[in-house]
Design a protein around this ligand. Sequence first.
Ligand SMILES: [Ca+2]
Ligand SMILES: [Ca+2]
Ligand SMILES: [Ca+2]
Length: 352
Amino acid sequence: MRYLENKKRLIGLMLLAPMLMQAQQLREKTDYDRFVEAVDEYVPAPGQFINTMPEYVEGDTPETMAAKCTTILRANSTDDVDNQGLICLGAYGGYITFHFDHSVANIEGNDLRIMGNAFSEAGSSVSGSSEPGIIMVSKDVNHNWLPDDPWYELAGSADVDSVGKVIYNYEITYHCQPMEAIPWTDNQGQEGTVARNGFHKQEYYPLWIDAESLTFSGTLLPKSGTRSTSGFVQQFYREGYVDNRPDDVTFDISHAVDADRQPVQLDFIDFVRVYNATNQQYPMVGETSTEIRIAEDLHLEASLDAIEQAASGITDLRVSTTTLPCYDLTGRSVTPSQRGIYIINGKKYFIK
Ligand SMILES: [Ca+2]
Ligand SMILES: [Ca+2]
Ligand SMILES: [Ca+2]
């Protein structure tokens, strides 16, 4: 039944293809899926689980490692958590980029579910294994199916809960040093290493990346480690991060912000990136590094409906200027100074 419905839908959408080029993306297939279609990039920072989650074998390339991540995320399309593989992003900045087989619509409420392996310490509601990753979203505005378009972070709770303690525009560089602790320097004048430990004996620097150093940038969350009876755990951030706490795994595209932390209004997104947003290490657990095992569009049918609706044209016409918050089609806040299509309250308007 689902197959037939989607097939009918595809035929209808193919007829609208020229207009779709102006709007959202839809892969050519007959049955759409709420889970990730493919991983575009897997660029972890060094770490104790790098080259093992997923496993590197000699000859692997960025493309084959991304394909291994795709296999893991595709295999995890069940709730059988005991049998799910994990993708590890390594130390601060390491990231993964993926897409679905359709644009994900930003509807009322949360839009994406992304899960790692965060857990509470002995039922604690405030701490446990928390390795927060920041989510970024992007729209394929140049329609080339590649994640080479403007990116926006989804603002998490630290923006308001830890004012003055979050470092925006953080940058860190790791230097390859085979089978040794991995040295790093950052743009805050700090340096350190990703330490080796007795548990994980493989190389910690991603072996398929042919570069002597790796530089990552983004937002750095404040350290969260705290002593516990079992050693060290991390305080949970309140909300808005992947692999942060077991009860916070769904996210709203409406939390997108630009580089100045100003809200961005996106009607759809085509690519999702998650990067490790912490730079910290603790005894026994080592560096905190975001893991991912599931990513899905929370509302596949609503996304497909919205694509269909958007492909059928502009929602409304308006013939004068507006004083309401107004965004261009890439999601930038603008003051409309020329005629064109703008997004106001989530709908497209023509202003002339
Ligand atoms: Ca939403
Ligand atoms: Ca984790
Ligand atoms: Ca693109």
